[in-house]
Write a new protein. Structure first.
Length: 153
């Protein structure tokens, strides 16, 4: 069992969004939650959610399966039953934790998308770290005293 996430909410789009608008929303969220834009916050988990949502919703087959599960999860009867079931297990869990997917293939895809999103986000952060480090080194190497014409470092 894993967490059921509202990928549409994560990307801030409606469930009837087309592929072009989905891509735009994905890029908008990546820019919004990019570590460079949020220096005082750890945006790693948020970025992982954004990448995960995009991986599932941008693939037509996984999106169809997700949409079925999304509708079932959000139906009042299912949501209430699931909420009561989770509450009985633990008072510390919210209604979407330990969600049991009806479509096992989708559950596997969601697990794989999560693993991929973690890897992609780690690579992005490492790339940014290298870019920043190299940029800073280049800036320091290029600094010189205009009065003497000599490098400071």
């Amino acid at each position: 069992m894993i967490l059921f996430k509202d990928y549409y909410e994560i990307l801030e789009v409606s469930s009837d969004v087309n592929n072009t608008e989905l891509r735009k929303a994905y890029l908008k969220q990546v820019k919004k939650w990019h570590p460079d834009k949020n220096i005082n916050f750890d945006t790693t988990e948020k970025m992982q959610d954004i990448v995960e949502a995009n991986l599932i919703l941008s693939d037509s087959e996984s999106r169809v399966k997700y949409d079925r599960e999304y509708l079932a999860f959000n139906s009042p009867k299912t949501f209430t039953q699931h909420k009561e079931s989770v509450r009985a297990k633990s008072t510390h869990k919210t209604a979407n934790e330990d969600y049991s997917f009806e479509d096992q293939l989708l559950e596997t895809w969601v697990r794989n998308a999560r693993k991929q999103s973690i890897k992609i986000t780690q690579e992005l952060i490492e790339e940014l770290r290298l870019h920043f480090t190299n940029g800073l080194k280049g800036a320091l190497d290029g600094m010189f005293n205009f009065a003497t014409g000599k490098k400071w470092f």
